[in-house]
Design a protein. Structure first.
Length: 194
């Protein structure tokens, strides 16, 4: 297992790494359902690497990230300090400050300035209600093997407007219904050809 070390000077997070798994006391953080409930939540009981335990780490500002599990959605902290997976996208509720510790561990602080905590030090649910970072609020970042990661997208063809391409992807996700002005304005044509 590879751990990320030697972050760049002045940064609160490691060198730019796109995919990570978070561990605490031998358990992987895992998005999934447990017990009764509609929304997937976060647990510190994962036993191996897979779509529920690998996150795409999206840096939205220096030291601030969004975590996108490969199983879909974005890790979100709700106003009551509970965690869920938001399938619709990300805004402030889905952002985390990364804080690096001398032990090569990292803490994730929420938009409410509270830390993610693996209850019991692992093996149970993860909550976001701690005002200080102790042992249960510090995680290791692990780089997953390339074989478990999604393939990199092909390079964009020259001349394709990225905004139009993004609009097309959004149209497809929304089923080309109502809410997308690009479709109504006729910008839903294929920029890659006939």
């Amino acid at each position: 297992m590879t751990r990320i070390v030697d972050p760049p000077p002045g940064r609160a997070h490691p060198a730019v790494v796109r995919y990570i798994a978070l561990t605490i006391h031998g358990n992987y953080l895992r998005c999934g359902r447990k017990g009764v409930g509609f929304f997937p939540t976060l647990w510190a009981d994962g036993t191996g690497l897979g779509d529920e335990t690998i996150f795409e780490r999206i840096e939205v500002a220096p030291g601030r990230v969004v975590l996108h599990p490969l199983s879909g959605g974005y890790l979100q902290v709700l106003p009551d300090d509970s965690l869920a997976v938001n399938m619709d996208g990300y805004e402030v509720w889905e952002t985390f400050d990364e804080i690096e510790w001398p032990s090569d561990q990292f803490s994730l602080r929420t938009w409410q300035r509270k830390f993610l905590c693996a209850e019991g030090g692992g093996g149970r649910e993860v909550v976001a209600n701690r005002t200080e970072a102790g042992e249960w609020e510090k995680f290791y970042y692990e780089v997953p093997p390339p074989a478990l990661l999604p393939p990199e997208p092909e390079a964009q063809r020259p001349g394709v407007d990225e905004t139009v391409e993004r609009g097309l992807r959004k149209s497809v996700r929304e089923g080309m219904t109502g809410g997308n002005d690009r479709v109504r304005d006729g910008l839903d044509r294929n920029p890659f050809g006939p």
